[in-house]
Design a protein around this ligand. Structure first.
Ligand SMILES: C[S@@+](CC[C@H](N)C(=O)[O-])C[C@H]1O[C@@H](n2cnc3c(N)ncnc32)[C@H](O)[C@@H]1O
Length: 289
């Protein structure tokens, strides 16, 4: 641990606040790399102590902050980790930084199945860091998860997170195109969830450099209209879902209506758009008849 003066730490935080940079990013850096949470800081204000202990030296911490501000590199990639729902996930630039709005997908899935207490087989298509699959398996201990991703580096990170968080959780990881690695489970999957790449071309090209320069294109780019991958996932879903099985998709703010039409065409009913916490129609769900 590295001892520093509490006064110096608060002065540094104050300087950054004055430059109007995103202070939440600073708190995240302090937490993930420095080992000091926002509540620790509040407590220090109430119960002042001369010295405070950091997990890395103050100079290196300041340098990390400068890397973030000078290069627009997201704090989560600088720290190599982030918090999502109840867990800390390791990250690299091979995987998307799991977004706060996606957290709701775990609640939607759990609620849909809640009334049925039998064993559930679920698929997380495009698992990235493994955040959805790991959270779902952790919150539903009798469910079995199958997580796929096209990128072997993403699968390696998801497997590492699985090991770090709890290797007892029942999840298998597969590298391949959407459903393709799950042929053994054809007609056996009760629930499939996907947060696929859905950003349309014209939107993708205008994303901020913090996203464009660091986050993987294959995690975001959904082709000309953003629906390239969603169409593949929906068209193959009937081969893999049991009758009565659910598909939950995250989508761009204006895609839900078209996704419902696609789902209807492939034999789904109980179609619904679900709004995220910002009031955007972010999720589309349907049940395979
Ligand atoms: C938007 S990210 C979602 C990651 C994670 N599930 C989350 O919510 O944070 C989409 C993921 O789909 C993966 N992906 C892209 N194309 C794919 C494909 N053809 N088959 C399987 N996975 C794919 C990407 O590598 C990426 O990890």
């Amino acid at each position: 641990m590295y001892e520093i003066s509490t006064k110096d730490l608060f002065l540094w935080i104050k300087d950054i606040k004055n430059t109007r940079q995103d202070i939440d990013d600073l708190y995240l850096l302090l937490d993930l790399l420095g080992g000091i949470t926002k509540s620790d800081l509040l407590l220090l204000k109430i119960n002042f102590k001369e010295k405070v202990y950091l997990k890395i030296d103050f100079h290196s911490l300041k340098k990390k902050w400068l890397d973030h501000t000078n290069l627009s590199k997201p704090i989560q990639y600088i720290c190599g980790s982030t918090y999502w729902r109840n867990f800390k996930f390791e990250l690299s630039t091979d995987v998307l930084i799991p977004r706060v709005e996606t957290e709701q997908i775990v609640e939607i899935a759990t609620k849909i199945i809640a009334s049925e207490d039998k064993k559930i087989v679920f698929a997380d298509l495009g698992t990235g860091s493994g955040s959805i699959a790991i959270s779902l398996a952790a919150e539903n201990k009798n469910w079995k998860g199958l997580a796929t991703d096209i990128d072997i580096n993403a699968i390696n990170i998801a497997q590492r997170n699985h090991k770090l968080i709890s290797s007892n959780l029942n999840i298998n990881f597969y590298c391949g195109n959407w459903w393709q690695p799950l042929t053994h489970y054809a007609g056996m999957i009760n629930l499939a969830i996907s947060n696929p790449p859905y950003i349309p071309k014209n939107v993708y090209e205008r994303l901020p450099s913090s996203v464009l320069d660091f986050e993987p294109k294959k995690a975001l780019y959904g082709g000309e209209d953003g629906l390239f991958h969603i169409k593949q996932i929906i068209s193959d879903a009937p081969k893999f879902l049991i009758k009565g099985g659910w598909l939950i998709l995250e989508n761009h703010f204006n895609q839900s209506k078209e996704i419902k039409n696609l789902l209807r065409g492939y034999g789904f009913d109980s179609l619904k758009t679900i709004k995220d916490t910002f009031g955007i129609g972010r999720f589309t769900i349907g049940r395979y008849k």
